[in-house]
Design a protein around this ligand. Sequence first.
Ligand code: MG
Length: 388
Amino acid sequence: MRTRIILLGSTGSIGNSALEVARRYPDRFEIVGLAACSNVEGLKRQCAEFRPRSAAIVDETLAPDVTARALEVEKVYRGSEGAQALVVEEEADIVLAAMVGAAGLSPVLAAIRSGKRVALANKEPLVSAGALIMSEARRMGVPVLPVDSEHSAIFQCIQGQQSEEIYQIHLTASGGPFYQRDRASMSGISPDEAANHPTWDMGRKISVDSATLMNKGLEIIEAMWLFDVALDKIGVVIHPQSIIHSMVEFTDGGILAHLGPTDMKFPIQYALTWPERVRAPMARLDLTTMPPLTFAKPDFSEFPCLRLAMDAAHRGGGAPAILNAANETAVEAFCEGRLPFLQISEVVEAALDQVESPHEVTFDTIMEADAAGRRFARTFIDQAGVRV
Ligand code: MG
């Protein structure tokens, strides 16, 4: 029996890498559903090649052109509820969630509630509603498998270990394109500069998050939930070569590290084949020619987003959802040239301080906190915009 895969966010960076993995193993994987946000042409090409039974296009404005006939699928789903409906109705073994942002929350919950394994590349739902996602996953007995490279590394290091045997998780960070630059020199950074990551080739939102180090902050929260560890057991270490993808230090003093080339196809393949490992025709690390591995402490004063994310994690409740919503709104404004780079953290900080956070984490409280965070951030940016 082939593993039946639903891929959400199929035309993005992770989606394309996932389809490359699927293309390699036609005897092993079957793509049964594809969902894209707005890239209709890309979705058409993917449907023609992988022949899924169903497809979804999330952008409502494009819906009229997207028919089952045009995509050559049996069923087509449309609009913001489309991905969720596809996940519920299509039979599958695993849902690979590679959408961008907290919009992935509903489809991820729908996958878990319909008893499907989840491979999670989309970190924002876990940041916003980690308590809810993980409790639903436990209730349904559904594994949530990390695709984020650091979390895949950690997951691989803890196979066969108990969570109480973890002493410290060392999340590695490349430092992003502006590592070792002082804050004053970052004021005129353009979206293109911020998206030019030194070691990873990624989508725009995550690239900007990597430049502000918000990505690492979101990853701390993601790790708390995925591995059921307290905030104080997760540290960040700057490792500019991105060869070690993260490390786990155990209570007996031993540290296990995961090393590999910087290629997202590795963690994607591991999540899809777990608990097995499958031989891959991928580039391999040459230990004798790789650069020396170096490690440094992150500088919280140059990259306030890291501190803000830890602060939100510490506050708990709806605070991480507000942090995430304000950050998504600020990054979008930055990419559209409406907000200077250094003000991304200011928007997030103001939202965390001024938007009221619910104590209880339910789907409704998180959706409300998310909406309130976005509203606040939009208003704040409109006022800050004059300073651009
Ligand atoms: Mg990562």
